[in-house]
Write a protein that binds this ligand. Structure first.
Ligand code: ZN
Length: 69
C-alpha cells in the first residue's frame, strides 16, 4: 500500500511516498517529513495541520486502492 503527499505550494516538486501496510506509521512518517520540509522551504506559508495532512493522504490512498481493482 502506498501513501503519498505532494507539497501544496506552487512550483514546489516535493513529495513524500511511503510504502507500508501500516497506515498509522505512514501518516506519522509523512507528517514528520512534510513538517520538516515546510519549515525549511516554506517558513512563510500557513502551517498545514496534522489533521489536514491525514485527510489528504488517506483520501489519496483510497483513490489508489480503487484504481487497483
Ligand atoms: Zn514545498
Amino acid at each position: 500500500m502506498q501513501y503519498s503527499l505532494t507539497c501544496p505550494a506552487q512550483e514546489c516538486n516535493f513529495s513524500v511516498k511511503v510504502n507500508t501496510q501500516n497506515s498509522e506509521w505512514a501518516l506519522e512518517k509523512i507528517i514528520e517529513l512534510s513538517s520538516f520540509h515546510n519549515k525549511q522551504s516554506h517558513p512563510d506559508l500557513p502551517r498545514i495541520t496534522h489533521e489536514q495532512i491525514k485527510n489528504i493522504v488517506l483520501s489519496r490512498a483510497q483513490e489508489e486502492m480503487e484504481y487497483d481493482q
